[in-house]
Ligand binder design. Structure first.
Ligand SMILES: Cc1cc2nc3c(=O)[nH]c(=O)nc-3n(C[C@H](O)[C@H](O)[C@H](O)COP(=O)(O)O)c2cc1C
Length: 373
């Protein structure tokens, strides 16, 4: 399965791993895949630390960085880095505080609340085009970074030009064929076709329908299949549909290397595919995430409207920190795809990588055997 894209990026197998956790990135790259660090929740200083750590542990193996460059976002927020709290309307804050109070979830201790708010204001500042540019400037100081991926829209021309100049490959996620055309025209070099079943921000078309459409619309630009992929047979299917590899996010959450706490992992292992719902609660844009009282709160009659990106995320994430601290499963929500239904116990990145490759071989042999009869 060493496709042309894998050769170009210098990895053994075209299994791409999206994760916000540096340990996952390093383990995937060591196991022959290609790790891509989600950078959007870090401040530039934090990202610098993460990338230095990856450089120190990945043994010179290449990796990537992912940023969110939304086409629609709150312009005032972009100008108010560090003061984003100020932009959250009282009604929204009261709505959420009221809900948590009624559910008996204690507030964070003052010092922890101050730290969480500070981190969120700095980190969520990365969820605007200028914030993404600040993160990119950090990423480009690290020669191990061979791929930069942008989500939530086509990368702007200055970003494409900068990456080309630095010889870093540029990728972008997309959820419908028209996005692929836009990405192609913007100069994107690898397109990630992400089906609705994926965890995180996601569209409405399923992976099986989307991938062949995007392969056609990409006109030769390599495509990675994403959304719901946890098994090697799905890799075989993705390659059969013309993709040059797969891009997985949810499956790493259940590994021992993942950033989730034992409480969070238990919630994930207990969930079924249908518990992964598409809601705006986390960022203001549709994200597939675990259903909980919190994810459903804004859907109820009388709830205030969702805030624009990045403000909804700041509001939501403080509440999320309270819920995790209190260990409240009924209110716990985290981005995860329908593949959550296949994740039932803790594993390791290495085991996932090996299992996927073994299953891929079995699937390829099954298909090949059909030709012999
Ligand atoms: C916890 C989590 C956070 C995510 N955050 C981002 C993100 O910041 N940027 C991004 O491009 N994709 C993000 N995604 C989507 C992944 O890049 C990927 O497309 C998706 O996970 C693939 O589908 P799967 O979850 O079924 O494997 C996230 C996914 C998960 C599960």
């Amino acid at each position: 399965m060493r496709t042309a894209l894998a050769k170009r990026l210098g990895c053994e197998v075209p299994i791409f791993a999206f994760s916000h956790c540096r340990d996952v990135i390093v383990e995937v790259s060591k196991a022959g895949g290609f790790g891509v660090l989600g950078a959007s929740t870090f401040s530039p200083e934090q990202l610098e630390q993460e990338l230095r750590w990856i450089d120190d542990h990945a043994g010179g193996r290449p990796y990537g960085v992912d940023v969110l460059i939304p086409s629609n976002y709150d312009k005032e927020a972009e100008a108010s880095l560090g003061e984003l709290e100020r932009l959250i309307p009282d009604a929204q804050r009261k709505f959420l505080d009221g809900l948590l109070e009624e559910a008996g979830v204690p507030p964070l201790p003052d010092d922890e609340r101050a730290r969480v708010r500070q981190e969120l204001a700095e980190g969520r500042g990365g969820m605007t085009p200028d914030g993404a540019r600040r993160l990119l400037a950090v990423a480009l100081r690290h020669p191990g970074v061979k791929l930069v991926v942008s989500a939530l829209g086509a990368p702007p021309p200055d970003v494409v030009a900068l990456l080309r100049e630095k010889g870093v490959m540029i990728g972008a996620l997309c959820g419908k064929a028209s996005h692929a055309k836009r990405h192609r025209e913007a100069g994107v070099e690898v397109i990630i076709a992400q089906g609705t079943e994926a965890g995180g921000h996601t569209g409405e078309i399923s992976t099986l329908v989307l991938v062949p459409q995007i392969v056609e619309a990409s006109e030769g630009i390599p495509v990675l299949a994403a959304g719901g992929i946890t098994r090697g047979s799905q890799i075989a299917a993705a390659l059969a549909m013309g993709a040059e590899g797969v891009w997985c996010g949810s499956v790493w959450l259940g590994t021992r290397e993942s950033e989730l706490t034992p409480f969070e992992k238990e919630a994930i292992f207990a969930a079924k595919a249908e518990d992964a719902v598409r809601r705006r609660a986390r960022t203001g844009k549709p994200v597939r995430m675990l259903r909980s009282t919190l994810s459903e709160a804004w859907e109820k009659p009388g709830a205030p409207p969702y805030l624009p990106t990045p403000l909804q995320g700041i509001l939501y994430n403080e509440a999320h920190a309270r819920v995790v601290r209190a260990g409240r499963r009924d209110l716990y929500s985290f981005p995860v795809g329908q593949a959550v239904g296949t994740m039932n116990e803790e594993t390791s990145v290495r085991e996932v990588m090996l299992r996927m490759q073994t299953e891929y071989l079995a699937a390829a042999e099954r298909i090949a055997a059909l030709w012999e009869e």
